[in-house]
Design a binder for this molecule. Structure first.
Ligand code: FES
Length: 164
């Protein structure tokens, strides 16, 4: 996929279009492949701009509004450029009772950003999310593709220091 310029929308390469068709053929309704194709677009572009959402929708015969609803429903899709690392703290019941708000406050203070923001050096984006199904490890957070459980401020500090 090539990024949008001032005159053209983002488009998939011929190889990516072939993969789109392969994914669509796996489902009785080709629209079942929307999520993996959106993931492919995000991996290529770094985020899903409105132009990218519109383009992906056109591959499925879906309106931009439909695709936008999907993108904004799932917390792993991003409409704006994010940091190299995504830190998502669960704020749901088990984690809340185990101190998630203190963990979020500690992260905000250490990173110097609010929830939903990215550090000035582009290193970390911070999010507060619904249950990540690791309640037994509350309070917990996801750092990129890893779950980190039984968090304390000291453990959070060690995890942040390990991020490049
Ligand atoms: S409530 Fe936090 S992982 Fe379930």
């Amino acid at each position: 996929m090539t990024p949008a310029s001032a005159t053209s929308p983002p488009t998939f390469s011929p190889e990516q279009l072939s993969e789109v068709r392969r994914l669509q053929s796996l489902y009785p309704d080709p629209r079942g492949a929307l999520l993996p194709v959106l993931q492919m677009a995000q991996e290529t572009l770094g985020h899903l701009s409105l132009e990218a959402q519109d383009y992906v929708g056109s591959l499925f015969g879906l309106s931009a509004a439909h695709v936008h609803e999907v993108v904004t429903f799932y917390t792993l899709f991003f409409e704006e450029a994010k940091g190299r690392h995504i830190v998502s703290v669960c704020h749901n019941l088990s984690c809340h009772l185990a101190g998630a708000q203190e963990i979020i406050a500690h992260l905000r203070q250490r990173l110097g950003i609010d929830v939903g923001e990215t550090t000035g050096d582009g290193r970390v984006s911070l999010f507060s999310v619904e249950c990540l199904c690791a309640c037994e490890g509350a309070p917990m957070m996801q750092v990129d593709d890893r779950y980190e459980v039984n968090l304390t401020p000291e453990k959070v500090d060690r995890l942040l220091e390990a991020l490049s």
